[in-house]
Design a protein around this ligand. Structure first.
Ligand SMILES: [Zn+2]
Length: 83
């Protein structure tokens, strides 16, 4: 009698364990805006090359003092300042 009750209790616990809602890891797309793509959406500062005027991201700039260039060749093409 009591063994049968225990059996049902254990079965109920197993069923609850299998069917319980999982809240530990919500799907990444739920509720939040999707992450920006690798190109286009990044809010990056744009700068102009001091030599050719090209518009390019500041993270790719080649610096010479306070001036910015799109590449090392354009930096070298500009006359250097007196130091
Ligand atoms: Zn340039």
């Amino acid at each position: 009698m009591i063994g049968r009750l225990l059996l049902w209790l254990v079965l109920g616990l197993i069923a609850w364990w299998m069917l319980r809602p999982r809240k530990a890891a919500p799907p990444p797309a739920a509720g939040r805006a999707p992450a920006p793509g690798p190109a286009g959406a990044a809010p990056e500062a744009m700068v102009d090359c001091a030599h050719c005027g090209l518009h390019f991201p500041a993270s790719e700039a080649v610096r010479d003092g306070t001036r910015l260039f799109c590449c090392a060749a354009h930096r070298d093409a500009e006359p250097r300042r007196a130091e």
